[in-house]
Write a protein that binds this ligand. Structure first.
Ligand code: NAD
Length: 256
C-alpha cells in the first residue's frame, strides 16, 4: 500500500517508534530511522522486511540537527511523505521540585521537535497533495497525572499542534492525526516500573500490576505492533478524511 512512499519516524531505534517503522515497512514504505543507541539492529530488522532503510542520528532537541535530518531524508529518498513525530522522554517530579533543565528537555524533545519536523516536511507534502503527519502523543495528551507536569504539558501541546496542522491542510491530501497510547512496555516505561519496585521494595511483577491497576482498566499493555497498525490505518485510503483526531489506544484509561 505504501510502495514508493517514504516514512521518517523520529525516535525509532526502540519501542513505539520502531514498532511503527516496522508496520510502515511491511506496507512497502522506505524508512528513515532516527534515535539514540544502537541503530544497526533496528536497521537490519527493517531491511529484513524488504524495505529500503536509512538512519540519521539527529538530536531532536536541536533544531539545526532536525533540519539536517530532513535534508538527509529528502536527498536519500526524494521527499518525506509520512512523518511520525515520536521521539520522547519522561521525567517524574512534583512541579516545585522539577529540574528546570529537565522541563526544557521534555518540552524540546516531546513538543518543539514535532513543530520543527512538521514545518520542514509540510511544503513537499503540500506540493505533492499527499502527506501524513502522525504525532505520537499519549493518553497524557488528554488527561493529567501527578508528577508529570512537563510531559503532560508537552503531550497536551502536541494534541493542539495536531489539530492546527490538520485544519491548515484540511482541503488538501495532507492529514495530521495523533496517537494517544496508555501504558506500553518500552524502555521508557520499564524505567518507571523499576523505580516503583525500588521505592516500595516490591517485585517488578507487583510494580507492573500496580502501575496498570492505577490507570488502565484492561490491565494490559498496548503493544508497539498495535500502535503500528493504527499508523498504517491513518496512511490508508480509508484515512483520507480523518483529520485532527487524538485517538487513544489506552485500555480504557481515558474513559474513566
Ligand atoms: P523509548 O524510550 O523506547 O523510545 C524513545 C525513542 O526516542 C528512542 O529511540 C530514543 O533514542 C529516542 N530519543 C530520545 N531522546 C531523543 C532525542 N533527543 N533525539 C532523538 N531521539 C531521541 O520510548 P517509547 O515508550 O517508545 O516512547 C515513544 C513515544 O511514545 C514517546 O513520545 C512517548 O512519550 C510516547 N508514549 C509512550 C508510552 C509508553 O507507555 N511507553 C505511552 C504513551 C506515549
Amino acid at each position: 500500500m505504501l510502495a514508493n512512499k517514504t516514512a521518517l519516524v523520529t525516535g525509532s531505534t526502540s519501542g513505539i517508534g520502531l514498532g511503527i517503522a516496522k508496520a510502515l515497512a511491511r506496507q512497502g514504505a522506505n524508512i528513515v530511522l532516527n534515535g539514540f543507541g544502537d541503530a544497526e539492529v533496528p536497521r537490519s530488522e527493517i531491511a529484513a522486511l524488504g524495505a529500503q532503510v536509512a538512519y540519521h542520528g539527529a538530536d531532536m532537541s536541536k533544531p539545526d540537527e532536525i533540519e539536517a535530518m530532513m535534508a538527509f531524508a529528502a536527498s536519500t529518498f526524494g521527499q518525506v511523505d509520512i512523518l511520525v513525530n515520536n521521539a520522547g522522554i519522561q521525567h517524574v517530579a512534583r512541579v516545585e521540585n522539577f529540574p528546570v533543565e529537565r522541563w526544557d528537555a521534555v518540552i524540546a524533545i516531546n513538543l518543539s521537535s514535532a513543530f520543527h519536523a512538521s514545518r520542514l516536511a509540510l511544503p513537499a507534502m503540500q506540493k505533492a497533495n499527499w502527506g501524513r503527519i502522525i504525532n505520537v502523543a499519549s493518553v497524557h495528551g488528554l488527561v493529567g497525572s501527578a508528577e508529570k507536569s512537563a510531559y503532560v504539558a508537552a503531550k497536551h501541546g502536541i494534541v493542539g499542534l495536531t489539530k492546527v496542522t490538520a485544519l491548515e491542510n484540511a482541503t488538501s491530501g495532507v492529514t495530521c492525526n495523533a496517537i494517544c497510547p496508555g501504558w506500553v512496555l518500552t524502555p521508557l516505561v520499564q524505567k518507571q516500573v523499576d523505580a516503583k519496585a525500588v521505592a516500595q521494595g516490591i517485585s517488578n511483577a507487583e510494580a507492573t500490576r500496580q502501575l496498570l491497576g492505577e490507570k488502565e482498566p484492561s490491565m494490559q499493555f498496548t503493544t508497539p505492533e498495535e500502535l503500528g497498525e493504527l499508523a498504517v490505518f491513518f496512511c490508508s485510503p480509508a484515512g483520507n478524511n480523518v483529520r485532527g483526531v487524538a485517538w487513544n489506544m489506552d485500555g480504557g484509561w481515558a474513559a474513566q
